[in-house]
Design a protein around this ligand. Structure first.
Ligand code: ATP
Length: 317
């Protein structure tokens, strides 16, 4: 966990947070106590609808407002179906937004419509739940990274090879793993490849959507520690989406709580766990992780399908 958390003091609350998301606590502490910094990502009044039509404008995400600061991890929690992944996919521009804006480095990227700038696609990377679904089973794993570099027009063959080696090294994989096929690696090693694929593009923000949920407990903690170490070394931000509150608490500076498509509370990790303000947060903290309603499996399948398409560069919003 970033050591900034415990000492964090409230940062200025943007007018649109309190104005457009009245359910959110005004205790929207930023990661820095003094000198306010500009957010890396500013999501304002986000509204998302699947299969939007004028006759059926039902929003599954509504009025969602939050910032992510450079080097910060924002955890996003909530029960199954509350809209966490939908929010993450909107930030990744895999989904159109029905309302609101998403600004990155001060630029409203929703204003570009479907032609999201390539620089944004490079700066914002994702690590999804099931690495076996997002790696091509017919290719040695190094090709996932090489393909990402090629897609972004980065380097020549020699410098790409060097970058791929460097990324593998960063995530604790060895050169011997480069030519393995996904099925020849463990789940944890596959997830390291997925992390390396994100990192090889030097992202500023990584969306981790249930990135450790499919792993066994000891591998989960290895990957969480790896993500923390990488953040300390490289300084990127994370949007960390998960249903396991223990993990989210461990890795997050601040945590946002979603309920039925809306943010109900946003606070430092410490404050959220020690002094939860919203009744729903208190209920969530008291709930067993096993209490996920049905429907989770189906949505997981949808999401891994998304992950695969996205990883192969086949999805353009
Ligand atoms: N592809 C889709 N088409 C239609 N509705 C969808 C689709 N994906 C998600 N939804 C709906 O959007 C709402 C939010 O789903 P989302 O997957 O974002 O929730 P979540 O909080 O990430 O849940 P989980 O933790 O189970 O993944 C749910 O009501 C869900 O049924």
């Amino acid at each position: 966990m970033n050591p900034q958390v415990e000492s964090a003091a409230p940062a200025p609350v943007p007018a649109s947070v309190s104005g457009s998301a009245p359910e959110v606590s005004p205790q929207q502490a930023g990661p820095e106590a003094s000198a306010p910094r500009s957010p890396l990502l500013s999501v304002r009044d986000l509204g998302i609808s699947y299969g939007a039509s004028k006759r059926n404008p039902k929003l599954v995400v509504e009025g969602v407002t939050f910032d992510i600061f450079p080097g910060e991890t924002l955890g996003l929690v909530g029960e199954s179906g509350s809209g966490k992944s939908t929010t993450g996919r909107a930030v990744l521009r895999l989904l159109d937004v029905a309302a609101g804006s998403i600004a990155f480095d001060g630029v409203d990227i929703t204003s570009f419509g479907r032609s999201t700038p390539l620089s944004y696609r490079r700066d914002v990377q994702a690590v999804f739940q099931d690495p076996s679904m997002s790696l091509n089973p017919r290719q040695p794993v190094h090709m996932a990274l090489t393909a990402a570099l090629k897609r972004h027009g980065i380097g020549d063959a020699a410098s790409r090879r060097a970058k791929v080696h460097e990324a593998f090294d960063l995530v604790g994989l060895q050169a011997a793993h480069l030519n393995r096929y996904p099925a020849e690696l463990s789940g944890g090693q596959q997830q390291r490849v997925a992390i390396a694929r994100a990192l090889v593009l030097d992202p500023k923000l990584v969306i981790c959507d249930e990135a450790v949920s499919a792993l066994d407990l000891s591998t989960q903690s290895q990957i969480i520690n790896l993500l923390s170490d990488l953040q300390e070394e490289l300084g990127m931000s994370y949007l960390f989406i998960a249903h396991d509150l223990g993990i989210v608490r461990h890795i997050s500076d601040r945590i946002a709580v979603m309920r039925t498509g809306r943010l109900v509370e946003l606070a430092t990790a410490h404050d959220l766990f020690e002094h939860p303000q919203h009744a729903y947060t208190r209920r969530l903290l008291g709930a067993s992780p096993a209490e996920h309603p049905e429907g989770r499996v189906e949505r997981r399948a949808q999401r891994t399908a998304y992950a695969k398409l996205h990883a192969e560069g086949l999805i353009e919003p």
